[in-house]
Design a protein around this ligand. Sequence first.
Ligand code: SAM
Length: 261
Amino acid sequence: MNARPKKHFGQHFLHERRYIDRIVAAIAPRDEDCVVEIGPGEGALTLPLLKVARRMTAIELDTDLLPRLTAAAAEVGELSIVQSDVLKVDLTAMAAGGKLRIAGNLPYYISSPILFHCVEHLDAIADMHFMLQKEVVDRMAAEPGSKTYGRLSVMLQLVCRVEPLFVVPPGAFRPPPKVDSAVVRMVPRPPAERPQTDTALLERVVKAAFAQRRKTLSNALRQLATAEQIQAAGIDPKARAETVPPQGYVQLCQALADAAA
Ligand code: SAM
């Protein structure tokens, strides 16, 4: 299959066998799994996944790719295709038969919105394996104190275990992207380990803190928290956002909620 890749759909088709095999091995599907692939494209990952899982679902926005994908899949297993923007798909409704194992070589132009969409449906998900720009995977997995630690690291690490797996060079794709890619595994934390705080407040605080990462927290959060409230959360108000661990932001939101009660 050789469709002309569409830039506006973020199409970079994986063609190097050894990376396809490594991704499928990392996912290690079993035939009872509810596998859902985001952006199957020409089926580079779909067909080997389908071979093992025997039935799976794929969500694809580009209708032009579907006839050939359907035909190729028919010889391998039962592929159910949802023709849609993944951001509009109710993943929770899809999990009626069991928790989803989500996979995909994601379209890079909306990779963060896709990650946050999955996070909204976390109770429906067993695990996720995604190919993303390496720089994004670095930010997802970054630890406090590193240059790449930021909003993505905090918001994702609080709800998932984030495990970078391996790097994939541009030459593995057609056409090659300008940057290195990497595969990451994300496993949702059990509900009791996830923050019980108001998610909207947590998002506001983290966004504001990292919007001015060079400033002290008390300066960056001037509109949201006083120095005393930051102190009450066990955080030095003179600290910078990038030094505060994910759990520190949860404690801060708790202190703000307590102060408002
Ligand atoms: N999985 C294939 C592979 O590895 O060769 C294709 C990966 S390509 C990087 C991304 C795929 O996502 C494309 O097939 C593209 O059409 C699809 N896509 C783009 N935007 C999408 C969206 N909003 N919802 C679902 N699929 C989308």
